[in-house]
Design a protein. Sequence first.
Length: 310
Amino acid sequence: MPQFDFRAPRLFVDASLRAGETVTLMRDQSNYLGNVLHLSGGDTILVFNGRDGEWQAQISGRKRPDALAIRSQTRPQDHLPDLAYVFAPLKHARLDYMVQKAVEMGAASLQPVLTRFTQVARVNTERMRANVIEAAEQCGILSIADVAEPMTLDRYLGERKGQRLLIFCDEATQTANPIKALHGGLKAANGIDVLIGPEGGFAEDERAVLLGQPQVLRLSLGPRILRADTAGVAALALVQAALGDWGCPLPAGQTTAAAPPLRRTGSAAACSSPSGKISMPVAAPDCSLPNCWKPCPVAGSSPSIYHKTC
């Protein structure tokens, strides 16, 4: 869990952030700080812009908050996993909910796609961007997810990069263990696209085209039909747990967590865990099960050797 101040108000500002800089507040930001949060000159908040990390800032202004004096950085900029949430848009409040939850789950980009049975023809992307920022402000997120303009499913499939893993959530597929399916061997190192269809599901010709895509995984979300917004949360949670950044910390420059193959190291001794379970040592832990792998306690073993404890 990242260490940060959960209680301090946070505000997104579209300005460079450096110590000593002054950021002029927009009218709606001034109203939010003064009339909603009841803050005034001298109070401090946390600010971020999606590029320069998080900073402590002091409010200035006599009658109402007018500007922010940037003081010191509280957290450096981080990076979201290379995870795109691709979805058939929903109506109003349910779309707001879905956008907010996708941001909370760590999606780096949001791509609305129009399918045969999509019930919404027009999408307010400015409202989507506002929901992205609001979710980031409330949940301590430093990076701002990109919001793309809607496009047809055919166009999306024609323009997407074929080396990315396409996880196609399909209620018509046979129910199977989704975690096992996600560990089935398809590579996610070049990024992941999670596709959620409309309330009416995909048309048969759309399903056929999807199944013909390179690097595609047809994923079941269980034995019950889920509403599209629920399916989105479930799918993103599964993907983040199995392939994303919920497991081992990602090395610098790596945006998806790929579990390394388990290899015997040549060490003669097996590792005995505190729980009494024994396994052969491996050269690297499986990041999909981060709590199951501990440094090998056998005397004289290399500190890079790990063993499975569950």
